[in-house]
Design a protein. Structure first.
Length: 213
Protein backbone atom coordinates (compact mmCIF):
# COMPACT_ATOMS: atom_id res chain seq x y z
CA UNK A 1 0.00 0.00 0.00
CA UNK A 2 1.26 3.45 -0.86
CA UNK A 3 1.67 6.01 1.87
CA UNK A 4 -0.42 9.15 2.13
CA UNK A 5 1.33 11.81 0.06
CA UNK A 6 -0.41 15.19 0.34
CA UNK A 7 1.39 16.66 -2.67
CA UNK A 8 0.06 13.84 -4.89
CA UNK A 9 -3.43 13.76 -3.41
CA UNK A 10 -6.51 15.68 -4.50
CA UNK A 11 -7.46 18.18 -1.76
CA UNK A 12 -9.73 16.72 0.91
CA UNK A 13 -12.29 19.48 0.31
CA UNK A 14 -13.11 17.80 -3.02
CA UNK A 15 -13.83 14.42 -1.43
CA UNK A 16 -15.92 15.96 1.34
CA UNK A 17 -18.57 17.20 -1.10
CA UNK A 18 -20.23 14.64 -3.40
CA UNK A 19 -20.86 17.15 -6.20
CA UNK A 20 -17.23 18.27 -6.27
CA UNK A 21 -15.96 14.71 -6.07
CA UNK A 22 -18.17 13.69 -9.00
CA UNK A 23 -17.61 16.74 -11.19
CA UNK A 24 -13.81 16.89 -10.88
CA UNK A 25 -12.98 13.74 -12.91
CA UNK A 26 -15.77 14.52 -15.40
CA UNK A 27 -14.42 18.05 -15.94
CA UNK A 28 -10.81 16.89 -16.23
CA UNK A 29 -11.73 14.12 -18.65
CA UNK A 30 -13.68 16.55 -20.81
CA UNK A 31 -10.80 19.04 -20.81
CA UNK A 32 -8.33 16.37 -21.91
CA UNK A 33 -10.72 15.23 -24.62
CA UNK A 34 -10.93 18.70 -26.13
CA UNK A 35 -7.20 19.37 -25.75
CA UNK A 36 -6.22 16.40 -27.92
CA UNK A 37 -7.82 17.73 -31.12
CA UNK A 38 -10.99 15.61 -31.37
CA UNK A 39 -11.33 15.72 -35.16
CA UNK A 40 -7.76 14.53 -35.77
CA UNK A 41 -8.17 11.89 -33.08
CA UNK A 42 -11.28 10.48 -34.75
CA UNK A 43 -9.50 10.26 -38.09
CA UNK A 44 -6.61 8.36 -36.54
CA UNK A 45 -8.98 6.05 -34.67
CA UNK A 46 -10.76 5.12 -37.90
CA UNK A 47 -7.51 4.64 -39.82
CA UNK A 48 -5.98 2.19 -37.33
CA UNK A 49 -6.29 -1.58 -37.59
CA UNK A 50 -8.28 -2.66 -34.56
CA UNK A 51 -9.23 -5.93 -32.87
CA UNK A 52 -12.77 -7.37 -33.00
CA UNK A 53 -15.55 -5.77 -30.94
CA UNK A 54 -14.33 -2.22 -31.55
CA UNK A 55 -17.09 0.07 -30.23
CA UNK A 56 -18.51 2.89 -32.36
CA UNK A 57 -16.80 6.25 -31.68
CA UNK A 58 -19.91 7.86 -30.19
CA UNK A 59 -20.07 5.31 -27.35
CA UNK A 60 -16.91 6.39 -25.53
CA UNK A 61 -18.07 9.84 -24.46
CA UNK A 62 -21.24 8.75 -22.62
CA UNK A 63 -19.52 5.72 -21.07
CA UNK A 64 -16.61 7.72 -19.70
CA UNK A 65 -18.85 10.51 -18.44
CA UNK A 66 -20.78 7.95 -16.40
CA UNK A 67 -17.67 6.13 -15.18
CA UNK A 68 -15.93 9.34 -14.13
CA UNK A 69 -19.00 10.37 -12.19
CA UNK A 70 -19.33 6.97 -10.52
CA UNK A 71 -15.66 6.83 -9.52
CA UNK A 72 -15.94 10.33 -8.08
CA UNK A 73 -18.93 9.32 -5.98
CA UNK A 74 -17.14 6.15 -4.86
CA UNK A 75 -14.20 8.28 -3.71
CA UNK A 76 -16.59 10.49 -1.74
CA UNK A 77 -18.21 7.50 -0.05
CA UNK A 78 -14.90 5.89 0.87
CA UNK A 79 -13.56 9.17 2.22
CA UNK A 80 -16.68 10.01 4.22
CA UNK A 81 -16.99 6.52 5.69
CA UNK A 82 -13.31 6.01 6.41
CA UNK A 83 -12.87 9.37 8.12
CA UNK A 84 -16.13 9.35 10.05
CA UNK A 85 -15.79 10.24 13.77
CA UNK A 86 -16.26 6.62 14.88
CA UNK A 87 -13.74 5.17 12.43
CA UNK A 88 -10.62 3.67 13.93
CA UNK A 89 -7.13 5.09 13.51
CA UNK A 90 -6.12 2.32 11.12
CA UNK A 91 -9.20 2.82 8.97
CA UNK A 92 -8.61 6.56 8.81
CA UNK A 93 -4.98 6.05 7.80
CA UNK A 94 -5.99 3.50 5.15
CA UNK A 95 -8.58 5.92 3.81
CA UNK A 96 -6.07 8.75 3.43
CA UNK A 97 -3.64 6.40 1.71
CA UNK A 98 -6.37 5.25 -0.67
CA UNK A 99 -7.06 8.86 -1.66
CA UNK A 100 -3.44 9.18 -2.76
CA UNK A 101 -3.89 5.98 -4.75
CA UNK A 102 -7.09 7.32 -6.29
CA UNK A 103 -5.39 10.57 -7.27
CA UNK A 104 -2.53 8.69 -8.92
CA UNK A 105 -4.89 6.44 -10.88
CA UNK A 106 -6.82 9.48 -12.09
CA UNK A 107 -3.56 10.95 -13.37
CA UNK A 108 -2.77 7.70 -15.20
CA UNK A 109 -6.26 7.67 -16.64
CA UNK A 110 -5.98 11.21 -17.98
CA UNK A 111 -2.50 10.54 -19.39
CA UNK A 112 -3.63 7.70 -21.64
CA UNK A 113 -5.26 9.71 -24.40
CA UNK A 114 -2.33 12.16 -24.86
CA UNK A 115 0.06 9.19 -24.89
CA UNK A 116 -1.87 7.12 -27.42
CA UNK A 117 -3.37 9.71 -29.74
CA UNK A 118 -1.26 12.79 -29.02
CA UNK A 119 2.26 11.36 -28.81
CA UNK A 120 1.29 8.21 -30.78
CA UNK A 121 3.16 6.00 -28.33
CA UNK A 122 1.11 2.80 -28.03
CA UNK A 123 3.74 1.02 -25.92
CA UNK A 124 3.73 3.76 -23.28
CA UNK A 125 -0.07 3.92 -23.45
CA UNK A 126 -0.27 0.14 -22.96
CA UNK A 127 2.00 0.27 -19.92
CA UNK A 128 -0.14 3.11 -18.59
CA UNK A 129 -3.44 1.29 -18.97
CA UNK A 130 -2.18 -2.03 -17.57
CA UNK A 131 -0.83 -0.17 -14.53
CA UNK A 132 -4.16 1.65 -14.28
CA UNK A 133 -6.08 -1.63 -14.31
CA UNK A 134 -3.91 -3.20 -11.62
CA UNK A 135 -4.01 -0.08 -9.46
CA UNK A 136 -7.79 0.09 -9.59
CA UNK A 137 -8.21 -3.59 -8.81
CA UNK A 138 -6.27 -2.97 -5.62
CA UNK A 139 -8.11 0.28 -4.93
CA UNK A 140 -11.47 -1.48 -5.28
CA UNK A 141 -10.34 -4.02 -2.71
CA UNK A 142 -9.19 -1.31 -0.30
CA UNK A 143 -12.36 0.71 -0.68
CA UNK A 144 -14.44 -2.43 -0.29
CA UNK A 145 -12.87 -2.94 3.13
CA UNK A 146 -13.80 0.62 4.09
CA UNK A 147 -17.23 0.88 2.48
CA UNK A 148 -18.77 -2.00 0.54
CA UNK A 149 -20.75 0.30 -1.74
CA UNK A 150 -17.61 2.22 -2.72
CA UNK A 151 -15.90 -1.05 -3.56
CA UNK A 152 -18.75 -2.30 -5.73
CA UNK A 153 -19.01 1.04 -7.51
CA UNK A 154 -15.53 0.38 -8.89
CA UNK A 155 -16.60 -2.83 -10.63
CA UNK A 156 -18.03 -1.19 -13.80
CA UNK A 157 -14.87 0.91 -14.07
CA UNK A 158 -12.70 -2.19 -13.76
CA UNK A 159 -14.74 -4.00 -16.40
CA UNK A 160 -14.40 -1.14 -18.86
CA UNK A 161 -10.69 -0.76 -18.12
CA UNK A 162 -10.23 -4.44 -18.90
CA UNK A 163 -12.01 -3.99 -22.24
CA UNK A 164 -10.06 -0.79 -22.97
CA UNK A 165 -6.81 -2.63 -22.21
CA UNK A 166 -7.77 -5.27 -24.78
CA UNK A 167 -8.46 -2.55 -27.36
CA UNK A 168 -5.23 -0.71 -26.60
CA UNK A 169 -2.99 -3.77 -26.67
CA UNK A 170 -4.77 -5.22 -29.69
CA UNK A 171 -4.55 -2.00 -31.66
CA UNK A 172 -0.89 -1.56 -30.80
CA UNK A 173 -0.09 -5.11 -31.88
CA UNK A 174 -2.08 -4.97 -35.13
CA UNK A 175 -0.35 -1.73 -36.11
CA UNK A 176 3.16 -2.93 -35.30
CA UNK A 177 3.35 -0.70 -32.21
CA UNK A 178 3.85 2.29 -34.50
CA UNK A 179 1.06 4.79 -35.04
CA UNK A 180 3.11 7.36 -36.93
CA UNK A 181 1.83 7.92 -40.42
CA UNK A 182 -1.37 5.96 -39.76
CA UNK A 183 -3.67 8.87 -40.44
CA UNK A 184 -5.06 8.27 -43.89
CA UNK A 185 -6.93 10.51 -46.25
CA UNK A 186 -9.80 8.05 -46.21
CA UNK A 187 -12.25 10.80 -45.38
CA UNK A 188 -11.62 12.75 -48.57
CA UNK A 189 -14.97 14.49 -48.88
CA UNK A 190 -16.26 18.04 -49.29
CA UNK A 191 -15.45 20.28 -46.35
CA UNK A 192 -19.12 20.67 -45.54
CA UNK A 193 -19.50 16.91 -45.06
CA UNK A 194 -16.52 16.82 -42.73
CA UNK A 195 -17.93 19.62 -40.61
CA UNK A 196 -21.31 17.93 -40.48
CA UNK A 197 -19.81 14.61 -39.40
CA UNK A 198 -17.64 16.27 -36.75
CA UNK A 199 -20.60 18.12 -35.30
CA UNK A 200 -22.59 14.88 -35.11
CA UNK A 201 -19.85 13.11 -33.16
CA UNK A 202 -18.82 15.99 -30.89
CA UNK A 203 -20.86 14.78 -27.85
CA UNK A 204 -18.27 12.01 -27.47
CA UNK A 205 -15.50 14.40 -26.46
CA UNK A 206 -14.57 12.98 -23.07
CA UNK A 207 -11.15 11.46 -22.49
CA UNK A 208 -10.35 8.06 -21.07
CA UNK A 209 -8.40 4.92 -21.98
CA UNK A 210 -9.75 3.51 -25.22
CA UNK A 211 -11.63 6.69 -26.03
CA UNK A 212 -11.35 8.42 -29.39
CA UNK A 213 -12.07 11.92 -28.16
Amino acid sequence: MTTYIPSLTIPSAVFEHPAASILLPVALGTAIGYSTRPVETRKLYKALKQPPLRPPPWLFGPVWTILYGVMGYAAHRAYSTGLAPLSGIETAALTRQSMTLYSIQLGLNLAWMPLFFGAKRPVAASVDIVALLGLNAYLASVWGSIDSVAGWLQVPYLGWLGFASYLCLGTGYLNGWDLSGEEKDEDVRPRGDVSKKASQERPGVVAGPGVIG
